[in-house]
Design a protein around this ligand. Structure first.
Ligand code: ADP
Length: 548
């Protein structure tokens, strides 16, 4: 059932229920009775309307005093009696009415009743003409009476319809009001700019988010044309067309529109436009939801995608780099090893004056070999392709072996190189022996490199449940400014032409990474001109730690 039909049916019910107060229908019926009685020269008339079950709902009299009218008796009559034309010339002679209070008590002798039928022959009531005298109708009067049957139906229905409709629309209107209020509440709470406009673009609803986005208050915006308020010249035609189409029941989403705010700044908004229907099923207005987020999202999405791609790419690059470096290092190492080997042979062949050159070849080739080795190590560490295998290792014993190999170098520089360790101290930690060798070698060789006089002493001890290897020197020291950078790749305190020591600046970077990888820590403490201490720390190997 359509909304209007159900509203009408409801209205009819309600009208009938409250018929006595419905002045329009009652007065219409009274006028009709008056006309009928006068046209037929009868003193009284009566009309009644029934509901669909035949129960009397409205009745109206003309010519009788309603309070003294014998309606109760009349109403007892069978409803079916009234569904055809009845003409009773003398009620006192007519059995159903003969003993009726109505007829016996006074008055009614002549009785003619007509069913009031609608155009589709539904009976909605009756119309009666009454006289206190027995009567016989002339042919003209009979025709007139029949005419009234249609006239009554039409007149009553017309009144009735109008009332019903007025009532129904009132209901719809009040429902519309409710709907509008509800809609207003919902719209005002929406986090997105939500605007409704009529056919011409006149703004009807304007929520808070619209004010926040476009800068106009609700009062300023309502009633204005959206085309004037928000559309820059290049958007006007498009927006106008869209609004027109929405009023023709079309809907659009994902439309990109350039809209301007109060300050005149333009924003590209993703818009959704759809019709809003009223209770009568008509397009009440065009709703417009604008959103700038998807654009931001798009940009964000692009950024995220770029980030992900970058990560993927950089992992791939790191892999490529490590492959490249290992190939390159092989390509460099092989000839370098040959150079070093042949330089060594040559040094035995050449005379003393040229020996210096072969030595230089050897030394520099060795440096190059070391650098290539370091670069490769770093590449491996960065590409996380370096695997370490920690095993329980006595760090005192291990450190002594390494330090021993530096003794000649220390003696050449006249430096004291000693390892100190309390013989009762348990110094086993779980470390990768190869990595640990690289670490200690780097630290000791730096200590020797950067110390001109004094000593380099290595202390192996324990602190809490850690084994500590400390490399101390009385060398040049590191400035406060440079200290935080010592573990960075390719950095040296003195660089360029001022470089006082050979080296690639990779040793400590590799050392730090190896220590981290092995689960240890490395710290540095230094004073310029006084000396430097590098402190390595590893968790003590657990078996002994428990036994201790
Ligand atoms: P390099 O191959 O240049 O020695 P490292 O990474 O081993 O590279 O060291 C980086 C820099 O840290 C060195 O160039 C030096 O300036 C400083 N450095 C390292 N160890 C010491 C030390 N024991 N005494 C003073 N300076 C040091």
């Amino acid at each position: 059932m359509s909304e209007i039909a159900s509203a009408r049916s409801l209205a009819r019910e309600e009208l009938l229920k409250f018929a006595s107060v419905n002045k329009s229908v009652i007065s219409g019926m009274q006028r009709l009775l008056h006309t009928a009685a006068r046209a037929l020269t009868m003193p009284a008339a009566f009309t009644a309307l029934f509901n669909e079950e035949g129960v009397l709902q409205i009745h109206t009299w003309y010519g009788f005093d309603a309070t003294s009218s014998p309606e109760s008796a009349y109403l007892q009559a069978d409803y079916s009696f009234y569904n055809t034309v009845q003409v009773i010339q003398d009620a006192s002679q007519y059995p159903p009415f003969a003993h009726d209070v109505w007829t016996t008590n006074g008055g009614v002798r002549f009785f003619a009743s007509l069913p009031i039928l609608t155009a589709n022959d539904t009976q909605i009531g009756i119309l009666c003409i009454l006289d206190s005298e027995p009567r016989r109708l002339t042919n003209d009067q009979q025709r007139l009476l029949h005419d009234f049957r249609h006239l009554a139906a039409e007149a009553i229905l017309l009144r009735f319809e109008t009332s019903i409709n007025r009532f129904a629309y009132k209901k719809i209107e009040s429902e519309n009001e409710n709907m509008k209020e509800q809609l207003d509440r919902v719209i005002s709470g929406l986090p997105l700019p939500f605007i409704t406009v009529d056919k011409t673009g006149g703004i009807q609803h304007w929520n808070r988010a619209s004010s926040d986005t476009y800068g106009y208050t609700k009062n300023k915006a309502t009633g204005k044309s959206i085309l004037d308020l928000l559309a820059p010249e290049e958007t006007k035609e498009k927006l106008e067309k869209l609004i027109r189409r929405v009023h023709n029941r079309r809907r659009f989403s994902g439309v990109e529109l350039l809209l301007k705010d109060k300050e005149g700044n333009t924003h590209t908004m993703t818009c959704r436009l759809f019709p809003y229907f009223d209770a009568k099923g008509q397009v009440a207005f065009c709703a417009l939801v604008t959103q700038s987020i998807p654009r931001v999202n798009k940009a964000e999405l692009k950024l995220r995608r770029t980030e992900a791609e970058y990560k993927e790419l950089s992992a791939e690059l790191a892999q490529l780099k490590s492959v490249f470096l290992s190939n390159m290092s092989h390509e460099i190492r092989t000839p370098l090893t040959a150079i070093i080997g042949f330089a060594d042979i040559l040094s035995n062949e050449v005379d003393d004056s040229n020996k210096e050159f072969t030595q230089l070849i050897e030394e520099n080739a060795q440096r190059l070999l070391d650098t290539v080795g370091s670069v490769l190590d770093l590449a491996q560490l960065e590409g996380q392709s370096l695997e370490i295998n920690p095993v329980p290792l006595d760090l005192e014993e291990h450190t002594r072996t390494i330090v021993d190999s530096f003794q000649t170098q220390a003696e050449e520089k006249e430096l004291d190189l000693v390892v100190e360790c309390d013989p009762d101290t348990y110094t086993t930690a779980k470390v990768d022996p190869q990595a640990q060798t690289r670490i200690v070698r780097n630290l000791v060789s730096n200590a020797l490199k950067f110390t001109r006089k004094g000593k380099v002493h290595i202390v192996v001890r324990t602190y809490e449940s850690n084994v500590i290897v400390e490399v101390n020197d009385t060398g040049v020291g590191i400035s406060k400014e440079f200290l935080p950078n010592v573990f960075n790749d390719f950095v040296q305190e003195s660089s360029g032409l001022a470089r006082s020591h050979p080296g690639s600046g990779l040793g400590l970077a590799i050392t730090k990474r190896l220590v981290d990888l092995g689960g240890g820590t490395i710290e540095v403490d230094s004073k310029k001109g006084k000396g430097t201490t590098f402190t390595l720390s590893y968790p003590m190997h657990a078996v002994q730690a428990l036994a201790a």
